[in-house]
Design a protein around this ligand. Structure first.
Ligand code: SF4
Length: 323
């Protein structure tokens, strides 16, 4: 067996172990056969048979450059928000923060380098993805720093940084609906309801005379090629809104996607009862459709996503010879 195959197998075993740990934690409830996620629901909607191979037979899955770079980009941004801003100078903050970001990018890319090198990619392709991923991080940084610069004159660097620092990678599990998810970034603002002109800085200014209500914005980072809220993304955001409401007892104001490849602000959906009800219905439908372990009940959806010029579905080889 060649080295690359052994290494891919190791990565795949790691994936399977993670998935099994994940399942062991999940199967606590008698109410559901398994806890769903935006990813499992999307898999079912894309191809029920793929769901069967992945979540019921638990066949091996393989890493891809898109998964690896998605994961490492999330880690870079998550770590960036942990920077000790008190050590950054107001006069040179753009330059200093950019250095911090680039160091983090280098660190996380290097930590994933073995896994990336084991993929079936040429050195040119690896270089391309390295540069493209770096550009995404820089593009995000430009928007972030623009927001900081806007607020800095009013409240100073430390408070401006605090204002634009979200809660990151928070895990949510709904016992009631049997669904889970990690929300990349949660921004909480205090809206001054005694001043209807917009978001208030009362939270960072400590203005005790303001009457404030919390406004929450949920964000998922995407490295996709197109900046569009597809049906699949809409459902993901609806599930996040549902999870947030169940944990905190109120609805976020908006849920959106930050398309890192694009030099523009996140695209948001307004969150309302209707959106959350749609999420409940879709999650319930998947639970119902995936109760059975009879493979024949999971139809194959043969499309261009089965095999394309540079890759194929993880289960293509099993699937093509299967009934
Ligand atoms: S190869 Fe195509 S039909 Fe088969 S499981 Fe994958 S996506 Fe579904």
């Amino acid at each position: 067996m060649d080295e690359k195959r052994v290494s891919n197998q190791k990565a795949s075993e790691k994936n399977k172990k993670e998935r099994n740990n994940h399942r062991a934690r999940e199967i606590k409830s008698d109410k559901f056969k398994r806890v769903q996620s935006p990813s499992s629901i999307n898999t079912y909607n894309q191809c029920p048979r793929k769901y069967y191979y992945n979540y019921i037979e638990e066949l091996e899955t393989f890493p891809s450059i898109h998964l690896i770079r998605g994961k490492l980009t999330h880690s870079v941004l998550e770590d960036f928000f942990k920077v000790d801003i008190t050590k950054v100078s107001e006069s040179n903050f753009m330059f200093e923060l950019r250095i911090v970001l680039m160091e983090l990018f280098k660190k996380h890319w290097n930590e994933n380098a073995d896994e990336i090198n084991d993929l079936d990619l040429t050195q040119n392709e690896i270089n391309f993805y390295h540069e493209e991923t770096k550009e995404m991080v820089i593009s995000w940084f430009k928007r972030f720093i623009h927001n900081i610069a806007d607020d800095m004159n009013k409240v100073g660097l430390i408070n401006a940084f605090k204002k634009h620092t979200p809660k990151t990678e928070e895990e949510f599990i709904s016992e009631e609906h049997g669904v889970r998810g990690f929300i990349d970034a949660i921004y909480e603002y205090e809206k001054d309801v005694s001043n209807p002109s917009g978001k208030s800085d009362a939270n960072i200014l400590g203005n005790i005379h303001s009457r404030c209500e919390k406004e929450v914005y949920l964000i998922d980072y995407k490295t996709s090629k197109k900046a569009v809220i597809t049906t699949e993304y809409r459902l993901q955001l609806a599930i996040y809104a549902l999870l947030y409401q169940e944990k905190y007892g109120f609805l976020p104001k908006k849920a959106g996607l930050d398309f890192l490849k694009f030099d523009s602000a996140p695209l948001y959906l307004d969150v309302d009862k209707e959106l959350v009800e749609m999420a409940k219905r879709e999650v319930a439908k998947i639970h119902e459709n995936t109760k059975t372990t009879d493979k024949k009940q999971y139809r194959k959806n043969i499309t261009s996503l089965c095999k394309w010029h540079s890759g194929q579905c993880d289960f293509y080889d099993v699937c093509k010879d299967d009934e």
